[in-house]
Design a protein around this ligand. Sequence first.
Ligand code: SF4
Ligand code: SF4
Length: 124
Amino acid sequence: MYNTLLGINTSMSFVIGSPCVGCKDTKCVEVCPVDCFYEGPDMLVINPDECIDCALCEPECPVDAIWSDDELPPEQIPFIEINTRMADIWPNITETKEPMAHASPYSLEEAIVIGEKHVEDEEQ
Ligand code: SF4
Ligand code: SF4
């Protein structure tokens, strides 16, 4: 979350990681009080500047794809940048949709490649 007094990001936010890629269940979006989820073709991301760290979404995710950034497993760290970058690009989502799948069909490594490809494609 952005601290306007200090002019920097000072607090935690929540991050969507690899289990969302190819699943995109979207149950998480309905509980968010500030509508800070954004939808890509195969995953959602959270805008860290808008997230108020309420933690309501974390238990809603059926595949445990949401972490507080201070509890993020080390292997999920690439998703911090993927969430931050793609939340500025992808459209906002506030209503649940049909899931792509009940679980991600991808390995961690494949999901990171897919997420990083979204960032790279925006840089070109
Ligand atoms: S509920 Fe979990 S898997 Fe579904 S969109 Fe949200 S973060 Fe992704
Ligand atoms: S922690 Fe709260 S504000 Fe942040 S994305 Fe989840 S529901 Fe929204």
